[in-house]
Design a protein around this ligand. Structure first.
Ligand code: F6P
Length: 366
C-alpha cells in the first residue's frame, strides 16, 4: 500500500487543517496509508515520533480549526545537505515516497530541490552504509505535490492561496470595528495589514471596506503622493464622511523602494489635514482564527486533487502545484509558478513597476 506523507510548512494559514484532513481521508479512500509529518521540515529531518500514521478519525473536525494542528517550523537544517540526507533516510525508513506539502513558495521550492536531489541522496546513504541498497531499491523516485497555503495570496498561477480569504475576512471585520469608533470621533485610522511583499490583502481590504487610500508594494504611488492622498481625503470629508481609513500593506514602498510606514502616513494626515489620527497594526489576528467557508472548500477540493496527482504522477512529470483558476481546481508545474512569482518580485526590485503589473496581467490572460 502506497504511503503518502502530508505536511504544512512556512507561516500557518487558516484552511491548512482542512487540507490535511482531505489528504488523509482521500488517501485512505484510495487504499493508501497517510502519514502526517509534524513540525514541517523539522519533522522530516528529525523523524521518529514526528512522522505518524494517520487514521480517518484523527482528523475529525479539522475543517473549522485555525492554524495548523500538525505544526510548522522554520527549519535551518533542511536548507543544508546533511539535513536533507537525514530527511531522505527518515522517509525511506517510514516507507514514504510521496509528499504533499502545504506551504508558501519558499517551502514548495525546498520540496522540489529535495525531489531533484533524491537519487543522489539515496546513493550517498547507501555509500555511507546508513541504508542498504535493498532498502532504497523500491523508492527510486520521490513524488512531490504542492498545495499553496499562505494568507498573503502571493503565488503566481493560482487565483487564491489557502488562507487568503479567511485573512481578508478578518481584516474586513476588524476595519468594520474600527469604523464605528472612527465615525464616533470623526477620526482617521491608518491600518497596517500583512502580506509580506504582496499587496493583495491590502488592495482587497480597501475595496471591501471602502477605504479612502491604499498603499501597495506592487504599485507604489507617484512622487508627491502626500498631496494626492490629502486631496482625496479632503474631498471625501467635504462630502460629509466622518471617518477616514487608510490601509498600508506591510510591504508598501515608494518609487525609490523606501518603505512607506504607517507612522509616516499618520504624520501627514495630522500635519496637512489636522485629522485626529490613530494607527492600528492588525498583526497575527489576521492569521489566526477559524477558516472561512471558501478556504474550507478550497483546501478540501485541492487536498483531494493532490492525492489524485500523487497517484497519477510519473518520474518524468514535473512536480505539480494544485491551483484554482477561474473557479476550477487545476494542476500547474510547480517550478513555473515559483519562477513567475520570483519574476514579479525581481521587476519590483528593479523599479520596473509596469513590468510587474504586466506579468500579473499576462497570468490572468493565460
Ligand atoms: O506569510 C505570512 C505572513 O503572515 C506575512 O504576511 C508576514 O509578513 C509574515 O508571515 C510574518 O511572519 P512571522 O509570523 O514569522 O512574524
Amino acid at each position: 500500500r502506497k504511503r503518502i506523507g502530508v505536511m504544512t510548512s512556512g507561516g500557518d494559514a487558516p484552511g491548512m487543517n482542512a487540507a490535511v484532513r482531505a489528504v488523509v481521508r482521500m488517501s485512505i479512500a484510495k487504499g493508501c496509508e497517510p502519514y502526517a509529518i509534524f513540525e514541517g521540515y523539522e519533522g522530516l529531518v528529525k523523524g521518529g515520533d514526528l512522522i505518524k500514521k494517520m487514521n480517518w478519525e484523527d482528523v475529525r473536525g479539522w475543517q473549522s480549526e485555525g492554524g495548523t494542528l500538525i505544526g510548522t517550523a522554520r527549519c535551518k537544517e533542511f536548507r543544508e545537505r546533511p539535513g536533507r540526507l537525514a530527511a531522505a533516510k527518515n522517509l525511506i525508513l517510514s516507507g514514504i515516497d510521496a509528499l504533499i506539502i502545504c506551504g508558501g513558495d519558499g517551502s514548495l521550492t525546498g520540496a522540489d530541490i529535495f525531489r531533484s536531489e533524491w537519487k543522489g541522496l539515496l546513493d550517498e546513504l547507501v555509500q555511507n552504509k546508513e541504508l542498504t541498497q535493498a532498502q532504497t531499491d523500491q523508492f527510486q523516485h520521490l513524488n512531490i505535490v504542492g498545495l499553496v497555503g499562505s494568507i498573503d495570496n502571493d503565488m503566481s498561477s493560482t487565483d487564491a492561496t489557502i488562507g487568503a480569504y479567511s485573512s481578508l475576512t478578518r481584516i474586513c471585520q476588524s476595519v468594520d470595528f474600527i469604523d464605528a469608533t472612527a465615525y464616533s470621533h470623526s477620526r482617521a485610522f491608518v491600518v497596517e495589514v500583512m502580506g509580506r511583499h504582496c499587496g493583495w490583502l491590502a488592495l482587497m481590504a480597501g475595496v471591501s471596506t471602502g477605504a479612502d487610500f491604499v498603499f501597495l508594494p506592487e504599485k507604489p504611488p507617484a512622487n508627491g503622493w502626500e498631496d494626492e492622498m490629502c486631496d482625496i481625503i479632503r474631498k471625501h470629508r467635504a462630502l460629509g464622511k466622518r471617518k477616514t481609513i487608510v490601509i498600508v500593506a506591510e510591504g508598501a514602498i515608494d518609487r525609490e523602494l523606501n518603505p512607506i510606514s504607517a507612522s509616516y502616513v499618520k504624520d501627514i494626515l495630522v500635519s496637512k489635514l489636522r485629522l485626529d489620527t490613530r494607527i492600528t497594526t492588525l498583526g497575527h489576528v489576521q492569521r489566526g482564527g477559524t477558516a472561512c467557508a471558501y478556504d474550507r472548500m478550497l483546501a478540501t477540493l485541492q487536498g483531494v486533487e493532490a492525492v489524485e496527482a500523487v497517484l497519477e504522477s510519473t518520474p518524468d512529470t514535473p512536480s505539480p502545484m494544485i491551483a484554482i483558476n477561474e473557479n476550477k481546481i487545476t494542476r500547474k508545474p510547480l517550478m513555473d509558478a515559483v519562477k513567475l512569482t520570483q519574476a514579479v518580485a525581481a521587476c519590483i526590485q528593479n523599479k520596473d513597476f509596469d513590468g510587474a503589473m504586466s506579468l500579473r496581467d499576462a497570468e490572468f490572460e493565460e
